[in-house]
Design a protein around this ligand. Structure first.
Ligand code: SAJ
Length: 404
């Protein structure tokens, strides 16, 4: 593929790896972010997030001269919108960042440009992007009222911790607003990734991503519900799951302290919001997974009742292992709730986070030395490596299967 001018809006967990990959493939990439700190960090060839090997890729991309970050967009052949899509307190999707990014690029989009929305989005968002582009740049509106530029949705599907591998290897779903948009976007991704590219329409592509994450959330909810049932029946849930999974068509996932991150804890609500009376299982799964936080806190409280001044070590605060991402983290929630009850008797350990303003962090070694109760919340590699001798005299609550 000939080198293109590409403008990537949102330089976070998806936008930054994508922009860097495209730059190292020879495209001229203009990255845009609203944060001056993020822009400056990237322009120094450094990164503001933790992801294996991303530092090397960004350094190479910036050193090649093909990746530059800025606060403002500029004209390009291809625009990629990779901004967050959270939900409101009542679980209504919040697409204001997507809308703002569409408005921000509108005047730089040409009729021959391709605009791709990669953010996980509620059904209909790609259409909304097209509307905003035409509203803020009337030269993009065709005689038929439809956009002259190509507009498509291609949901990101990468797993934090494996982003660089999955960015290239995963299959992608591409849905344009019309057949021409789909073809343009399919051709673009086929030139960039190794995985297959599957064409569809924009709404199906939007729904596909939501369904993928809802599928995983529902399956984790099954495992989490089992852990609560097994506790009641005095059974070891992990042994049970291992045995059940010996069946050729059973594959139960792993129970944990709840489901976190900006994806599984958020996206299923977009389906529930679109079909509140119909999406009953998806809603219940969300509720089961969310309820796990209080259930773990209750287990700790039960054990702590034996001590006058219990010292409780919470191992791990991030939403999953070996990353620094605290978004929607059930482990952080559990630790906060325990701190509200036991104050400085709670020692929080998080090897992947350096600056944590909310409360002090304790080293793993000190926490293990001082704790009466050890609560394993995230199976970080440091937690998996703990010598069982050090846990002998402790009460251990293993919420994440670290000490199986
Ligand atoms: N978890 C469990 N038990 C399990 C697996 C996961 O409790 O057996 C928990 C994790 O600890 C974490 C949460 O679920 O708190 C989510 O972790 P994850 O590794 O399942 O997924 P994410 O949120 O990091 O990434 C997901 C991925 N989606 C699917 O696997 C269907 C990824 O491919 C998506 O790109 C990403 O969401 C996204 O951005 O939407």
């Amino acid at each position: 593929m000939a080198a293109l001018d590409i403008c990537v809006v949102g330089l976070g967990y998806i936008g930054l790896p994508t922009a860097s990959l495209l730059a190292t493939r020879g495209h001229r990439v203009h990255g845009v972010d609203v944060s001056q700190r993020v822009v400056d960090t990237i322009n120094r060839g450094e990164i503001h997030i933790t992801e294996p090997d991303l530092d090397v890729l960004v350094r190479a991309a910036v050193a090649s001269g093909n990746l530059k970050a800025a606060l403002q967009p500029r004209e390009a052949d291809v625009f990629i919108l990779a901004v967050p899509t959270p939900h409101h307190a009542d679980y209504r999707p919040d697409i204001t960042y997507v809308e703002a990014s569409a408005v921000a690029v509108a005047s730089y989009v040409r009729p021959d440009s391709l605009v791709i929305l990669e953010s996980t989005s509620p059904v209909g968002t790609t259409e909304r992007v097209a509307e905003l582009l035409m509203e803020h740049n009337p030269s993009l509106r065709g005689a038929d009222g439809k956009p002259k530029c190509a507009v498509a949705h291609c949901p990101e599907r990468v797993l934090p911790g494996r982003i660089l591998y999955e960015l290239v290897e995963n299959h992608r779903i591409v849905g344009g607003l019309d057949a021409r948009s789909t073809d343009r976007a399919v051709e673009f991704y086929r030139g960039v990734i190794k995985g297959d590219v599957h064409p569809t329409d924009a709404r199906t592509a939007e729904m596909c991503k939501l369904v993928e994450n809802s599928f995983r959330d529902v399956n984790i909810a099954f495992a989490n519900e089992l852990s609560i049932v097994c506790h009641k029946l005095g059974m070891n849930v992990r042994e049970l799951i291992k045995l059940a999974n010996r069946h050729p068509r059973v594959n139960i996932l792993s129970p944990g302290p709840g489901v976190g991150g900006h994806c599984l804890a958020v996206d299923p609500w977009f389906v529930v919001w679109a079909a509140p009376d119909e999406a009953r299982l998806i809603r219940t799964a969300r509720e089961v997974n969310d309820s796990k936080v209080d259930w773990v806190v209750d287990r700790v409280r039960e054990k702590a009742a034996r001590f006058k001044n219990p010292v409780i070590a919470c191992l791990g605060l991030t939403y999953k292992q070996d990353i620094d991402d605290l978004r929607e983290s059930p482990s952080l929630e559990i630790t906060k709730k325990l701190r509200a009850e036991f104050a400085d008797g709670v020692l929080a350990v998080e090897p992947n986070v350096k600056d944590f303003p909310a409360f002090p962090l304790t080293s793993l070694d000190e926490a293990l030395r001082r704790a009466d109760i050890v609560v394993a919340l995230v199976p970080h590699k440091e937690v998996l490596r703990i010598d069982s001798e050090r846990l002998k005299e402790k009460i251990v609550i293993d919420a994440c299967g670290a000490f199986k």
